[in-house]
Design a protein around this ligand. Structure first.
Ligand code: GLC
Length: 436
């Protein structure tokens, strides 16, 4: 690592809470929640701004209640949240002095970011803000020929008259507003770099220096350098001044977790949608079952990473019914088994047949998705090191089996899960093994 730029001790102190929290809520809310065809609707449909403005003029999410959002997140066992303060459409959910395209200029008239940070802090969650580097509303952001802009194919939208420095000044000023006007922030989630639009094109060193001076403990993601594709300079062990503090695999879980080019574990967070959209999509009912998402959270932790799970609130500000039900079911599991997630990470053992391992100090958590025929074999677990085994669901003792059926395997640890082949929790029954 380049010592002049990167202080590993400071870095590891900064990311400690994040690596312990493991589970967060992503919130994609904005004007796009009204057309309800996902947050890229303007770009996907090459929508001119005059077709989009009615959503601004009519924005009035009367069911928005940040306290309800925060309670749902807390009940789900989430320890932090990230809300879109500005997405690619340029609409600001906060009372920015640098634009009129903001929630306080709509019929709703409120600063949603302020209500969000206050409500989530009240529930004890860490607060993060997502800020899009792209801005399809700002006149100085490239239009014609840009890869993503809604007017990218409109030759009348040339860029000769656009002043990139104006845009840089605008977005840096807005980030300053967020870093000075909303109390202590815990996380800034920039999104995203593409083509030559990365790094110092965003004046990233200047931006991060300002952010870190205003919010010293803040975590920043890696998308000033890359997007969901690419890892960034921390992975390369050549950290830039704007290196991300964590890698942001998107809508996937890294097969082996993530290590840098020198083989050291990296801090990473898989961002995952409940259906297939970040922003509310009325016709997208392809929701992942809670049982699947619980196992994906376990998978992320078993590989040393976090999972941030997205909710796209509807245009009226309420969470979709499916999202609420999924959060509730995840929360029921987390209420019993959260200790096998929080503060846990890789066990350094080969993945077991029955499910997954997570670990914390001298405690190993066995996530048993599938029971065995007869006592449960755990070849990865030296019998001599087992001090105790308990089921998290009821604290009941689990004995090491002495059954004859596995007498041919004296060196393998078999656990006696009792006569009932149906496990207490059919999603994931967690066994807590305290090691000597
Ligand atoms: C991608 C999408 C963006 C979304 C982000 C969340 O960058 O373009 O819409 O907010 O992923 O990770």
């Amino acid at each position: 690592m380049a010592a002049s730029i990167f202080n590993r001790t400071e870095y590891e102190k900064r990311i400690a809470w994040f690596q312990s929290a493991r589970f967060g809520l992503f919130l994609h809310f904005g004007l796009y929640s009204i057309p309800a065809r996902g947050e890229w609707v303007r770009s996907d449909e090459k929508m001119p701004e005059e077709e989009y403005l009615p959503f601004f003029e009519g924005f009035d999410p009367t069911c928005f209640d940040a306290k309800k959002w925060a309670r749902a997140a807390k009940q789900a066992g989430m320890k932090y949240a990230v809300l879109t303060a500005k997405h690619h459409d340029g609409f600001c959910l906060f009372d920015s002095q640098y634009t009129d395209f903001k929630s306080t200029n709509t019929p709703f008239g409120r600063d949603i970011v302020r209500e969000y940070v206050e409500a989530f802090r009240e529930e004890g969650l860490k607060v993060g803000l997502y800020y899009s580097l792209l801005d399809w509303h700002h006149p100085d952001y490239p239009h014609y020929g840009d890869r993503h802009h809604p007017l990218r194919e409109d030759a009348s939208q040339g860029n000769e008259h656009r002043n990139w420095d104006n845009y840089i000044r605008y977005f840096h000023n807005q980030v300053r507003e967020l870093c000075t006007g909303y109390g202590k922030l815990d996380l800034l989630w920039f999104d995203f770099s593409y083509d030559d639009m990365r790094g110092e094109k965003w004046h990233a060193s200047q931006l991060v220096e300002m952010v870190r001076s205003l919010q010293p403990g803040l975590l920043i993601d890696n998308r000033l350098e890359v997007s969901g594709e690419g890892f960034g300079s921390l992975y390369q062990c050549k950290p830039t001044p704007y290196h991300g503090d964590f890698i942001t695999p998107e809508k996937m879980i890294p097969p082996q977790g993530l290590q840098d080019v020198e083989g050291k574990d990296l801090c990473w967070e898989s961002c995952i949608t409940m259906n297939n959209n970040w922003g509310y999509a009325r016709d997208d009912h392809a929701f992942k079952p809670a049982s699947m998402l619980i196992k994906k959270l376990v998978e992320c932790v078993s590989k040393g990473g976090n999972m941030i799970l997205n909710v796209g609130p509807m245009g009226n500000g309420a969470f979709p019914k499916e999202s609420l039900e999924i959060l509730q079911e995840i929360g029921n599991w987390m209420a019993v088994n959260g200790e096998s997630i929080y503060g846990c990470g890789k066990a350094g053992l080969e993945k077991p047949d029955f499910g997954r391992f997570t670990a914390k100090g001298n405690t190993l958590y066995l996530h048993v998705y599938e029971n065995a025929i007869g006592p449960l074999p755990v070849p990865q677990l030296p019998i001599s090191r087992v001090q105790s085994v308990r089921r998290l669901c009821d604290g009941a003792e689990v004995k090491i089996s002495a059954s004859w059926v596995h007498s041919d395997y004296p060196d393998v640890c078999f656990l006696d899960l009792g006569p009932n082949p149906v496990l207490p929790d059919e999603i994931d029954t967690v066994l807590k093994v305290t090691l000597k």
